[in-house]
Design a protein around this ligand. Structure first.
Ligand code: CP
Ligand code: NVA
Length: 303
């Protein structure tokens, strides 16, 4: 049987993504009802972190434990990877010990090289280019609050980063409209826009944040400077017109949701009144990382 990797939403069929989301909802319901099952008993997940993390690290660790499995936490700098052992050799060695590998790393090519050389499933825990686990939790969260996402309208305002790239892929896979407002010079990579459009995504670039969020069902933003992108940092004045504040939220539908993958930089991309306000579902998103990733693990490991 082919190894099931979870590298990107574009690399997994819409049908399988929907199976995972349904499974995530079922697992959350069973967990809340106090039911416990241990389908991954005896399985070990290696987690490699080349960048900091709170949610991804803790939710994968707790998720594996809840499924009966265990994790090994590795940081790139403490491994021989940090002394120039290749990703390919690392993939081959780890595949002899563990049942799956989750990696948060810098370049997307490192993830792909790991995937090509591993004989166990590899899960993308964020790269410079994408963050697919985040989008699984986000779609789950949207549907919990507002029902089926197909046909709804999301608005992204801010930096054109890894989370936006996965949102672009999600818009095609889950069939929702996506309005994007980013400052000149912070556009998402064209290949993600092109892929989304070629696969049925209804992506529209707006001239302003106000235009993007107009009548949106969900407003999404993220930090103006992603991890490892500090060299690309641009003045706050460039991004200020894209800040999600109460005035901007008021342009969206009256029952619009506000999403942010966290960590948030309060007073920059979002104000306290929005992130702590009635539209915000940011902590549901964070919680759903746990449930969505348990479904991803179960899918990858056939549990
Ligand atoms: N949203 C997210 O991936 O958070 P962490 O960086 O804390 O893992
Ligand atoms: N775009 C952010 C997401 C953090 C979860 C970053 O890459 O730093």
């Amino acid at each position: 049987m082919n190894v099931r990797h979870f590298t990107d939403l574009s690399a997994v069929s819409a049908g399988d993504l929907r199976i995972m989301l349904d499974d995530a909802v079922a697992r959350k319901t069973r967990l809340k009802a106090g039911e416990r099952s241990r389908p991954l008993e005896g399985k070990v997940l290696a987690m490699i972190f080349d960048k900091p993390s709170t949610r991804t690290r803790v939710s994968f660790d707790v998720g594996m434990r809840q499924l009966g499995g265990e994790t090994i936490m590795l940081t790139g700098t403490e491994m021989q990877l940090g002394r120039s052992e290749t990703i390919a050799d690392t993939a081959k060695v780890l595949s002899r010990y563990v049942d799956a590998i989750m990696i948060r790393t810098t370049s997307h090519d490192r993830l792909l090289e790991l995937t090509e050389n591993a004989t166990v499933p590899v899960i993308n825990g964020l790269t410079d280019d994408t963050h697919p686990c985040q989008l699984m939790a986000d779609i789950m969260t949207f549907e919990e609050h507002r029902g089926p996402v197909a046909g709804k309208t999301f608005a992204w305002t801010g930096d054109g980063n890894n989370v936006l790239h996965s949102l672009l892929e999600a818009s095609a896979r889950f069939r929702f409209n996506l309005n994007v407002a980013v400052p000149e010079g912070s556009e998402p990579f064209e290949k993600y826009v092109d892929w989304s459009k070629a696969n049925g995504g209804k992506v529209r670039f707006a001239r302003s944040a106000e235009e993007a969020v107009d009548q949106a069902d969900c407003v999404v933003t993220d930090s103006w400077v992603s991890m490892g992108q500090e060299h690309r940092a641009r003045g706050h004045n460039v991004f200020l017109p894209y800040q999600v504040n109460a005035a901007l939220m008021a342009k969206a539908k009256s029952d619009a949701l506000f999403m942010h993958c966290l960590p948030a930089h309060r007073g920059e991309e979002v104000t306290d009144e929005v992130i702590d306000g009635p539209h915000s579902v940011v902590f549901d998103e964070a919680e759903n990382r746990l449930h969505a990733q348990k479904a991803v693990l179960a899918w990858c490991l056939g549990a």
